[in-house]
Write a protein that binds this ligand. Structure first.
Ligand code: AMP
Ligand code: MG
Length: 329
């Protein structure tokens, strides 16, 4: 029998239900996802949970088939236990508990934010970067120190992706908002003043969003898109730059759904070159929420004996990444 272990990971914190399988020799064997898109407005948690319930069986079967495995070949079942939306998290946790029961394999809880970091370290091979994690629900600058990922800056209110997506929706651009805004911004010429809010090492995006929506009634949308992105990304770059200088990490890793932004990549790359740090970004197919990142982080945790009995496998909608012990580093 080979000593290669395979872990199945379930992601369901927000809009995406994902199921991925990863092996201990660092191969992603499958990574299936299904995304809920609301007809109007933002994510409705109960509707998203219903979407995940409907999609879970197919995604899990396809993931096993894609990896060429049966459920009995799996060494453990990992799931995103938080942070995220309650109804969405509970759907994924229920699916993971059932798989753990029928396979009689350990159940491993994974923090979603840490999974975005670990998949980035895995695919880039970069050991100890400063991490900029930006998505629809999270905006966190963090780095490893003394057994945990520590936070060196985060949003005080809404996430960067949420700010940009909500603005895009309010001016009729639809979803996903960030690439649509970026296309418009490429045609922008004039800078429209907007509130730039960095308090200490933290960012606030809600006032920026409110002002941008108000100004959309009177300003050219191309100019406003350009200005909104410049201010929003500039705030993040300022925080990341100070964190880089303070932690003296040798590199910066950009991860999360908004990591696909070429404009943001360009800005952070220039911050890195000022500080002689290397710049890395997760590949687009692993940037957004996915099951493979949960499987990989679950595998790291499993190798250090992390698992949870079913009766204690509660979800944690507000689980911060700096609460988690990291025994594998
Ligand atoms: P996540 O929550 O990690 O799945 O990421 C979702 C966020 O990624 C949303 O804010 C989207 O607008 C954003 N996004 C989606 N596609 C792209 C893209 N091509 N470039 C930049 N951001 C994107
Ligand atoms: Mg995410």
């Amino acid at each position: 029998m080979s000593s290669v272990q395979c872990v199945l990971g379930i992601e369901s914190t927000a809009h995406t239900f994902g199921c991925g399988i990863v092996s201990s020799d660092r191969k992603i064997l499958s990574n299936i996802k299904s995304e809920y898109t609301p007809k109007t407005g933002g994510i409705h948690p109960r509707e998203a949970g219903q979407h995940h319930t409907a999609e879970a069986p197919k995604a899990i079967m396809e993931s096993l088939k894609g990896a060429g495995l049966k459920i009995s070949d799996i060494s453990a079942v990992a799931f995103s236990a938080g942070p995220g939306l309650g109804p969405c998290l509970r759907t994924g946790a229920t699916a993971a508990r059932i798989l753990s029961l029928i396979s009689a394999k350990p159940l491993v809880p994974v923090n979603h934010c840490i999974a975005h970091i670990e998949i980035g370290r895995m695919v880039t091979g970069e050991e100890d970067p400063l991490v900029v994690y930006v998505s629809g629900g999270n905006t966190i600058v963090s780095a490893y120190s003394g057994g945990r990922y520590r936070i060196f800056g985060e949003t005080l209110d809404i996430a960067l992706g949420n700010c940009l997506d909500t603005f895009a929706r309010s001016v009729g651009l639809g979803h996903p908002g960030v690439p649509k805004l970026e296309a418009l911004a490429d045609e922008g010429k004039e800078f429209v003043p907007l509130p730039y809010v960095v308090k200490g090492q933290d960012m606030s995006y809600s006032g920026l969003l409110t002002t941008a929506i108000r100004k959309s009634k009177i300003c050219d949308l191309r100019d406003l898109s350009l200005s909104l992105l410049e201010v929003a990304y500039g705030m993040l770059a300022e925080v990341a730059e100070r964190a880089l200088a303070h932690t003296e990490k040798p590199s910066l890793l950009l991860t999360g759904g908004v990591a696909r932004s070429v404009r943001l990549q360009r800005i952070l790359k220039s911050v890195c070159s000022e500080h002689s740090a290397r710049f890395y970004v997760v590949p687009p197919e692993l940037a957004g929420d996915n099951g493979a990142m949960i499987a990989w982080t679950g595998l790291l945790a499993l190798e250090r004996g992390v698992e949870v009995p079913i009766e204690k496998s509660l979800v944690r909608p507000r689980w911060r990444l700096d609460e988690v012990e990291i025994p594998w580093r």
